[in-house]
Design a protein around this ligand. Structure first.
Ligand SMILES: [Zn+2]
Length: 597
């Protein structure tokens, strides 16, 4: 095998591979494929981090796992199994970790720096963004991957050379305005969200929307209707929960009358809603048989008629009410795999769709919409993992310039109508608007527990001389507070570790801002604090970014993007006096003082 590799990569390339250390983050769908590829290539060491355990639903595609492995850690099982194969002469060393990769106390900067490349095989945005940020500081190549159904991408990234993961906005899970869901649905998904998140929850669940902050509309009449609907529903819930009301037909009839007739009539009465929209029509209950107790199983892949939907609604609601009552009226939890709940959801959503002239969906479709399920496809994972492996290979064995590596996207992911399934595109340059890779000078600072704020500032002034701004303020990004500026130097001789209270798990960051009044100012400096025992202070760079100038407007944008407060909210600019809100919160030795300037 070593001969085969040498034929392809040459002696030098092969030996480079055999001396490379790879960090692989995630050992799920893409990770299993990636690990197999990397081991077959004979990398020296592969470190696998995954805090997830194996679930039954993983087994169809995460081929390193078996039934007996369920509930065990993915990283450990994957490494153990590959070790058992013993198919390689190269003695690749495998190391498994079961901690959260974002635990900075466990995986600190020195740990990350031991690797030659970092390969992501993650399933969540938060960890992806975290690794991306770390790679911007340590300047190691990151190979990012992702799949969704038949879609996928594999992208090489390098700090200051290519775009980073945060250079383009990533889609966040879609939410809908309250008014769209409750008053003016126009798509099948709106009706599914209404049936699942509102009707099921209010009637049968135990979480109720009492405290809506944002209705998504200024129409007072509509807001009033949504509010009164809430209290009217409460009467229905009392009826549903009252075991003395044994006439179930009547309970169900009242429910249907309320949600599909009365509520629609009230909506129709608000003229402003229907000026530009097709008005809904009230459900005709003339021939409805509320006494129906059972329904034959209908094809879940076929669209049902209105009558079939109404009948299913009646039957499933009766069953769910009985279940709720027999469980001391404890709220039911929606589960798409619970047949009664699914039929209730599908029939309710479809009846509402009929009322609002929206196309109806099959039960199968509605289950997918409600579960937000995009099937994971083993083939897509295998293809994407291969492209990522190839890129790592080109970089390590052939020493290719990372800029010459290609990103690989499925045609669907790029929205191209190309007949090819995969598109290879040249990597983009960093986006100058990106707060993670472009808007700030990023550096790692080694410091110990007794290094003072004064030492930090003096060190930077000394190191960067004229490049370093004259008037500065220093912000602790852990809690978005200013810890130093031109008229606030109380903390200057305090050890930084005491001021910022190093967070127990995550990384600590400082942001240094140029407070000069001239038109162009120095780019903000963002510092990742690397707490060590030895060095009093040092940074990992000799120069500040060459495009070091920026404007006050740009700086403010950077500042508010970077400043995340404790509640995870971005600190907003204060409208009153044009001053950033955080400027008013200055951290004192023992308390936070709110200044009124
Ligand atoms: Zn970026």
């Amino acid at each position: 095998m070593i001969k085969d590799l040498e034929t392809i990569f040459g002696k030098e390339g092969t030996s480079k591979l055999q001396n490379s250390k790879v960090l692989m983050v995630g050992s799920g769908g893409i990770g299993c494929e990636l690990l197999k590829n990397l081991v077959l290539l004979g990398y020296k060491e592969i470190h696998v981090v995954d805090m997830d355990t194996i679930d039954l639903s993983n087994l169809n595609r995460q081929f390193l796992f078996r039934f007996k492995d369920i509930k065990n850690f993915k990283s450990v099982v994957a490494c153990d199994l590959v070790n058992e194969f013993k198919f390689t002469n190269f003695n690749t060393k495998l190391v498994a970790y079961t901690e959260n990769i974002m635990n900075f106390k466990h995986f600190n900067i020195d740990w990350f720096e031991q690797f030659d490349v970092i390969m992501n095989a993650l399933d969540n945005l938060e960890a992806r963004r975290y690794i991306n940020k770390i790679c911007q500081y340590i300047k190691k190549p990151l190979f990012e991957t992702g799949t969704s159904g038949f879609d996928g991408f594999a992208m090489p990234m390098l700090s200051k050379v290519t775009e980073c993961f945060d250079c383009t906005n990533k889609e966040t899970p879609k939410t809908y305005p309250v008014c769209t869901i409750r008053s003016t649905p126009s798509q099948p998904v709106h009706c599914v969200v209404w049936a699942k998140g509102f009707l099921f929850q209010e009637l049968l669940g135990d979480t109720h929307e009492d405290n809506i902050q944002d209705y998504g509309t200024d129409d007072q009449e509509e807001i009033q209707r949504i509010k009164s609907q809430q209290s009217e529903l409460h009467e229905l819930v009392l009826m549903i929960s009252d075991p003395s009301l044994t006439n179930m037909d009547e309970v169900v009839e009242k429910t249907i009358n309320k949600v599909f007739v009365d509520d629609i009539k009230k909506l129709l009465a608000i003229d402003s809603l229907w000026k530009t929209r097709k008005p809904p029509r009230v459900l005709d209950l003339t021939n409805v048989d509320f006494g129906i107790e059972e329904m034959d199983d209908l094809d879940k892949n076929k669209e049902w008629t209105l009558e079939e939907n109404i009948n299913h609604f009646i039957v499933s609601l009766k069953k769910l009410i009985n279940r709720k009552r027999s469980n001391n009226n404890a709220g039911l939890e929606f589960d798409k795999d619970d047949n009664d709940a699914l039929l209730f959801l599908a029939s309710a959503a479809n009846i509402r769709s009929e009322i609002f002239s929206i196309t109806t969906k099959t039960v199968f479709d509605i289950k997918q919409i409600a579960g937000n399920i995009i099937p994971a496809i083993a083939t897509t994972n295998a293809i994407i993992a291969s492209f990522s492996t190839l890129n790592s290979l080109k970089l390590l064995a052939f020493g290719d310039d990372i800029q010459s590596l290609k990103s690989s996207f499925t045609s669907w992911a790029t929205g191209t109508s190309n007949k090819k399934y995969m598109n290879m595109v040249r990597v983009n340059k960093p986006n100058p608007e990106c707060t993670v890779c472009s808007r700030t000078n990023n550096m790692i600072m080694d410091l110990n527990q007794s290094t003072t704020l004064d030492q930090v500032i003096s060190f930077l002034r000394d190191k960067f001389k004229d490049m370093f701004p004259e008037d500065i303020s220093v912000m602790n990004l852990n809690n978005s507070s200013i810890i130093y500026d031109f008229d606030f130097d109380d903390l200057i001789s305090t050890p930084l570790s005491k001021i910022i209270n190093p967070s127990p798990l995550t990384a600590d960051f400082l942001l240094i801002l140029d407070e000069d009044t001239s038109e162009t100012i120095c780019k903000p400096i963002q510092i990742l604090l690397n707490w060590t025992d030895s060095l009093p202070i040092n940074v990992n760079t000799d120069t500040l970014d060459q495009y070091t100038k920026t404007t006050h407007d740009e700086q403010e944008k950077t500042q508010s993007d970077a400043a995340i407060n404790d509640d995870g909210e971005i600190v907003l600019m204060d409208d009153d006096d044009g001053q950033p809100a955080h400027k008013k919160h200055k951290l004192n030795d023992d308390h936070v003082e709110v200044l009124s300037d």
